[in-house]
Design a protein around this ligand. Structure first.
Ligand code: IPE
Ligand code: IPE
Ligand code: MG
Length: 233
């Protein structure tokens, strides 16, 4: 049976879910934020060690300033409500993405979450904020090029060494990627890290993605034959 050390989720469908209830899109983001807590706890209980969640992409700045502004305030809401519980559960918060382009108040809250949980050794909860995989790989290439120029890196490096320049440096590759709300695309998410991930696209929107749905997905994942290009007997 496969083990799922690193689970990544594209949390999609908040807006459509809210609209279907006659509510503004932001109402979906609020319920979606609460669901991060529910699913982080469920994933931890199911043995996941790294949970990487797509919360805001480099492309999401195209949305209305009202919607973007609302999403930028959600970390504050979220940490006030759940940070103590996460600390008690030994969760370690990491932010993946260019944080310096977020509003200062959002950065402060995220830094508080990172610093207060930095010595924790349980679930790594990675929230992708202002994250885009092509940007990440471009930044990694720039850093690597600079190291070569400065004589700190060889011109000939392995894939593993290059991984160390990515924002996910130190994390294992993604084992399993789930996208909610029925869209069949990757939307610039973890392109390098999902090279050999198993994929699952579920019809449920993120607010409807319950621990039971997660369990169903993982049961499917456990039963798959991961070959990594080889042959299993
Ligand atoms: C995912 O839900 C959350 C973010 C991208 C911030 P959406 O906001 O994309 O919801 P839909 O896909 O429009 O329904
Ligand atoms: C991907 O969802 C980004 C996040 C979940 C944060 P989007 O809703 O932005 O992706 P597209 O536009 O449908 O590809
Ligand atoms: Mg969407």
């Amino acid at each position: 049976m496969n083990s799922c050390q690193h689970l990544a989720i594209i949390m999609d469908g908040n807006g459509r879910w809210a609209k279907a209830q006659g509510k503004p899109r932001t109402a979906g983001h609020l319920v979606g934020a609460d669901n991060v807590r529910t699913i982080a706890i469920a994933a931890n209980d199911l043995g996941v060690k790294y949970l990487t969640l797509y919360a805001f992409s480099t492309e999401n700045w195209k949305r209305s300033s009202d919607e973007v502004g609302y999403i930028m305030k959600l970390p504050s809401y979220f940490f006030k409500r759940y940070m103590q519980e996460f600390l008690d559960r030994n969760f370690k918060l990491n932010i993946i993405g260019e944080m310096n382009r977020l509003p200062k108040a959002t950065q402060d809250v995220l830094n508080y979450g990172i610093e207060s949980s930095m010595n924790n050794t349980g679930l790594n909860l990675n929230i992708c904020m202002n994250y885009g995989s092509q940007r990440e790989i471009t930044l990694a290439a720039m850093k690597y090029a600079k190291d070569v120029v400065d004589g700190k890196a060889s011109l000939d490096i392995s894939e593993e060494e290059f991984s160390g320049y990515l924002m996910t440096s130190g994390f294992p590759p993604v084992d399993f990627l789930i996208r909610t709300s029925g869209e069949l695309r990757i939307s610039n998410y973890l392109l390098w890290q999902i090279a050999y991930a198993e994929l699952e696209f579920v019809p449920e929107s993120w607010p409807e993605f319950t621990p039971d749905v997660l369990k169903r997905c993982l049961d499917d994942y456990y039963s798959r034959d991961r070959r990594f290009g080889g042959v299993n007997k």
